[in-house]
Design a protein around this ligand. Structure first.
Ligand code: ZN
Ligand code: ZN
Length: 402
């Protein structure tokens, strides 16, 4: 039943059931724990994850290698790369699953170079990588901008490891070139690939077109994507964003009209934070939280302080054709800013704040969070749809490359 909930995306229900099981005195086994850890990973609840870890130790399953690998992934996905590493280091001898888990963790959190180092150590210990390990390794290269290294690993997959690249590995390479701004090479690579490019491959290139402001290529790529997945909301939004960032409002509005005609709606942005075992979720401009007044007072104070420090709101992500002042109001009330403000008023000074977001973090929130981390002297860890950002002392671990 717990696994069924997890498979269908009912992670909170899965956890509730797990704690109910514990209260009723039924001993979980390693399979139960594996499912519970996946539920914690999916919704990024570190406090609950730690409680589950304690239960695992109590039940005597900590030395089970599959449970340990699950713990590594859980800690990583809940935003604590330190705990993930500690758990991994406590293994006597890792297998391919645990090595892959820690490599994927560094791919998501950075520094990417650490993933490469671990990959070398893994081979020294005689553990053979599989195709999932390579996906982790290639995305580490991509997230860290290590283009030459990524290209080298991709080309050695078959030769050195006997792993034939799948379409997922090809997508990693498109992402690798695309993020680094080498859009022509990425497109050329797609045209020459021996497999049929899927939506993930094209999507990686479209994302790069957005980051690097290449409208013409972006248009072409989105046509390929819409042919594959005509109902994909993300493609429409990205295309509209590409136009909007270039000030082409008419085109942006047209894309939105097409979405409307097709009956497509943008998934609302949501951010959440776990405080004292409770998950608090916010949408943009949310006033429903019982501590709403304090949250907004904190947020206003923060915005004032970062503007004094030279912050200029970046309203490019706002698609609506509205006045600049209105746009600034919209971005300043994004869900991640509300979650951070709530985190600040409800956790002790100096502690890290961990928030999660269902979409990619926008450029305005990214810059604002960097400055906030410096002003309040806290580490702020944000998990967005793509990766982790560790904001500290005015900088982000992604190096503004996401
Ligand atoms: Zn934002
Ligand atoms: Zn970042």
């Amino acid at each position: 039943m717990i696994m069924g909930y997890v498979d269908e995306g009912y992670d909170e229900e899965a956890l509730e059931l797990a704690f109910q099981m514990q209260r009723s005195g039924i001993e979980p086994n390693d399979y139960t724990f594996a499912s519970i850890l996946i539920a914690c990973s999916n919704i990024s609840v570190l406090e609950k994850g730690k409680q589950v870890h304690a239960l695992i130790i109590k039940a005597g399953f900590e030395s089970h290698i599959s449970v340990k690998s699950g713990l590594v992934t859980m800690y990583s996905k809940c935003g604590s790369i330190e705990d993930a590493r500690q758990t991994f280091d406590s293994l006597d001898k890792g297998d391919v699953v645990s090595w892959t888990a820690i490599i994927a963790a560094y791919a998501q959190h950075g520094p990417g170079i650490e993933a490469l180092k671990l990959f070398g150590q893994m081979q020294q210990q005689g553990v053979k990588p599989d195709h999932v390990t390579l996906i982790g390794l290639l995305s580490a290269c991509s997230n860290a901008g290590l283009v030459d290294e990524g290209w080298h690993y991709f080309n050695s997959m078959d030769k050195d490891h006997g792993i034939e690249p799948t379409v997922e590995h090809y997508a990693c390479i498109v992402d690798l070139f695309g993020r680094a701004g080498r859009l022509d090479e990425a497109e050329d690579f797609i045209n020459k690939m021996p497999l049929k490019p899927d939506a993930v491959v094209w999507g990686a290139l479209l994302g790069a077109c957005k980051v690097h402001g290449n409208i013409e290529l972006g248009k072409r790529v989105s046509e390929c994507l819409l042919e594959l997945e005509p109902q994909c909301v993300g493609t429409h939004i990205l295309l509209a964003n590409i136009y909007a960032a270039d000030g082409r409002w008419v085109d942006a509005v047209n894309v939105r009209q097409i979405m409307k005609d097709k009956g497509l709606r943008k998934q609302p942005g949501r951010s959440w934070i776990e405080v004292q075992n409770t998950v608090h979720t916010f949408v943009a401009d949310d006033k429903s939280h019982p501590q709403s007044r304090e949250i907004y007072a904190m947020l206003d104070r923060l915005l004032e302080q970062i503007e004094e420090a030279g912050f200029v709101p970046d309203t490019n992500c706002v698609l609506h054709d509205v006045e600049e002042e209105q746009k600034e109001y919209i971005v300043s009330h994004h869900s991640e800013k509300l979650a951070i403000a709530f985190g600040l008023i409800s956790t002790p000074p100096g502690t890290s704040i961990r928030i999660s977001k269902n979409l990619r973090i926008c450029a305005d929130c990214h810059t604002a969070t960097k400055l906030i981390s410096k002003i309040v002297e806290r580490e702020i860890v944000t998990r967005d749809a793509n990766r982790f950002h560790h904001f500290k002392d005015g900088l982000c671990s992604c190096g503004d490359y996401w």
